[in-house]
Design a protein around this ligand. Structure first.
Ligand code: LLP
Length: 417
């Protein structure tokens, strides 16, 4: 996270003191750097500059309206998986013609709404979904543009919970069946075939699974072409990993360049990507305050005010996320190997295991790389209001982009019998 630095012993984000953000907005607090998101988006755009392309940001990674509107203004498209994400994208100013709709369980209402606003494409995940889309399109007098999400059966070599491109995963249409399903799609009056789609998993740190999936897609594309089905776009999904600890994933530009080199013989095919994490993860951090320290037996706990309700990745995937103290560590500090734990009544409520830290009550800690799948997976478990979110506009200006939830927000919509 190159926008985080110590200066005179204190941690700054884009030159703004973390302590200033914490005292102005309170903790726990999510903070995102707009310049970082812009830089990452431009990396994709520049690598794709000589191709017809569309970078569709995966809204699920971070769906704050300000994040979406920032990307919409840069010309991004959006990959959505629910009507909620569709409405968010539209509210943030997205062009519906740049929206692709993924997800395995699209409901009738969601499909109707997507057809009504005129999205670019449905990424169809099953034969049954194809028939449902066709029937709805027929009923409301529309033609639905589709691609089939192919499950290419490649090993993404990532955490099993976020691997999606293996035969046993629920996602996509099996590679063996895909050709047949395209022929069925072609016979449907209210379906227009536009593309082939795949997404094989998330936090991929190697190129080879992307390259293998692309090869399989091109074999399918050629077969379809020889049977008079013309594919206009290939959607290679998201999934590019980021550095949380010492991973060395390819950069967006090297990923894109390597994939494009396979596509030289297909110059007219539009290329879509659906990146989420690689655009926003390392743009974000979570500031939390140490409420207590507790030392007993051989265990040292830094008990902080953010928990698995605010940031579930460590509890759910045993994800390692960097923890930086707001005060720069000094060699003379007395340190302990701390488990950084939250307020939630679950033993899995651990944000970080065994980190050598010197902390005391009321100190601030920063959880790094929290811009993706942080707030968007947050909940009110144990009736904690969800944190505020702040955007760093540049190295002086910051702005609140979501107010901290209040106690009243906790029971909004509830009815006392
Ligand atoms: N497209 C589709 C169809 C997806 O399912 C996903 C992510 C993406 C694109 C974006 O993938 P990305 O570029 O962000 O890797 N909560 C997990 C990650 C779940 C990813 C789900 N799908 C985590 O915190 O690691």
């Amino acid at each position: 996270m190159d926008f985080l630095n110590y200066q005179n012993g204190r941690l700054l984000a884009d030159k703004i003191p973390i302590s200033e953000l914490a005292s102005q907005y309170g903790t726990p607090l999510y903070v995102y750097s707009a310049p970082y998101i812009i830089k990452q988006f431009h990396a994709y755009e520049q690598a794709l500059a000589n191709r017809k392309h569309l970078v569709c940001y995966a809204v699920k990674a971070n769906s704050n309206l300000s994040v979406l509107s920032l990307l919409a203004k840069l010309g991004a498209g959006f990959d959505i998986v629910s009507q909620g994400e569709l409405e968010r994208a539209l509210k943030a100013g997205a062009d519906p013609k740049k929206i692709v709709f993924s997800g395995v369980a699209k409901t009738t209402i969601e499909i109707e709404r997507a057809l009504a606003v005129g999205i670019k494409c449905f990424n169809v995940e099953s034969e049954a979904e194809l028939y449902r889309i066709n029937a709805i399109a027929e009923r409301i007098g529309k033609i639905a543009a589709i691609s089939l999400r192919i499950n290419p059966d490649v090993d993404a070599k990532t955490h099993p919970y976020i691997s999606t491109g293996l035969r046993e995963n629920k996602f996509g249409i099996s590679y063996q069946l895909a050709e047949e399903v395209y022929y069925k799609a072609q016979s449907l009056a209210n379906i227009k075939i536009r593309g082939i789609d795949c997404h094989i998993g998330s936090q991929l740190t190697e190129l080879s699974p992307f390259l293998d999936a692309t090869d399989r897609i091109l074999v399918l594309l050629d077969k379809l072409k020889s049977n008079n089905i013309n594919i206009e776009h290939i959607d290679l999904g998201g999934g590019l990993g980021v550095c949380y600890n010492d991973e060395q994933p390819p950069s967006p530009s090297s990923l894109v360049k390597q994939l494009l080199s396979k596509l030289d013989n297909y110059p007219n095919i539009e290329i879509l990507f659906e990146p989420g994490r690689s655009l926003v993860a390392n743009a974000g951090l979570l500031i939390t305050k140490v409420e207590y320290t507790k030392h007993q037996d051989d265990n040292h706990f830094a008990i902080v005010d953010a928990g698995m309700n605010d940031l579930i990745r460590p509890a759910l995937y045993k994800a390692w996320m960097r923890v930086l103290p707001e005060k720069e560590p000094q060699v003379t500090d007395e340190t302990y190997s701390y488990n950084v734990v939250g307020p939630i009544c679950e033993s899995s409520d651990v944000l970080a295991f065994q980190r050598e830290l010197s902390v005391k009550q009321d100190d601030l800690l920063v959880i790094c790389s929290a811009g993706a799948y942080g707030f968007s997976m947050a909940s009110n478990y144990n009736s904690h209001p969800r944190p505020a979110e702040v955007m760093l506009i540049d190295d002086k200006e910051h702005q609140i982009i979501r107010k901290r939830e209040t106690m009243d927000d906790l029971w909004q919509g509830e009815i006392v019998l």
